[in-house]
Design a protein around this ligand. Sequence first.
Ligand code: SF4
Length: 313
Amino acid sequence: MTIQIGISACVLGEPVRFDGGHKASTFCLQHLRSLVRFVAVCPEQAIGLGVPRPAIRLQRDAAHNITLVQSRDPSVDHTSAMLTYTDRLLPELARLSGYIVCAKSPSCGMERVRVYDDAGQQLGKIGVGVFTRRLMQYYPWLPVEEDGRLLDPALRENFITRIYACHDYQQQMQDGFSVAKLVNFHSRYKFLIMAHSPTAYRELGRLVASARLFDMAELSQRYLTDLMQALKNIATRKLHANVLQHLQGFLKKSLTYAEKQELTDLIHRYRQGFLPLMSPLTLLTHHLRQYPNQYVAAQRYLCPYPEQLGLRA
Ligand code: SF4
């Protein structure tokens, strides 16, 4: 099953913006496109706004109701049309494993969208695009990221990690959720979760241990939502080093003293910022090939997404 990623059509290079332009993302077009199937959506075009079209913006009234109105003539209100379209579309997006939205847009923006009051005064970058707000409410587990933030290597790596984890979970459960499948999935993700959030690692462990107390549908959604929330935390050098040490522990009976020292030293220098993650990770995987350990080899931490993306380098 190919990974399907929703994307604002303008980020995929389609000239659908209000001024006839686009916001093509090099990363999406040149790196991700060969690995995933993009599902392009332009909500403004879909509700019948042409190209070019008058600019629109978010407006907040005294009762804090947010509407999507034409910037030059706020009496032209697109809120109802946008909500109707979005609510009709959302059930069709159930197979998505992630969504890349265009930043700052009153329809697609994920955060920090400008909001204005009735008099046209700016209230600040406090809004969320009308389409994307609904999307995130409907699929609380879905990894959503903005095009601009994908330029940041740490945020990009984090988003791709979540996409692949989400897709893996969807694939494992596509024929039906079961506690046995959940236990198997969770055991493969333990160290990846630990690298992102030791707290979530403990909480998710408790959730899985008490799985039989829950309604299955509720548990499935809760696990995925909590997992995605956990992976949203950026894995720091300190957390990675901690995971690497744990993994090294599985090899303590196999490695010679010199091999242990070498790996310990690489992990230490990585933690201090002198080496990239790939240095201790490469040596660790080399030892794992020499001294196979089924449990460790199955850990998604070792390969959370295709190597060709080069994100850990
Ligand atoms: S930001 Fe969204 S609504 Fe605006 S042009 Fe891009 S896809 Fe269309």
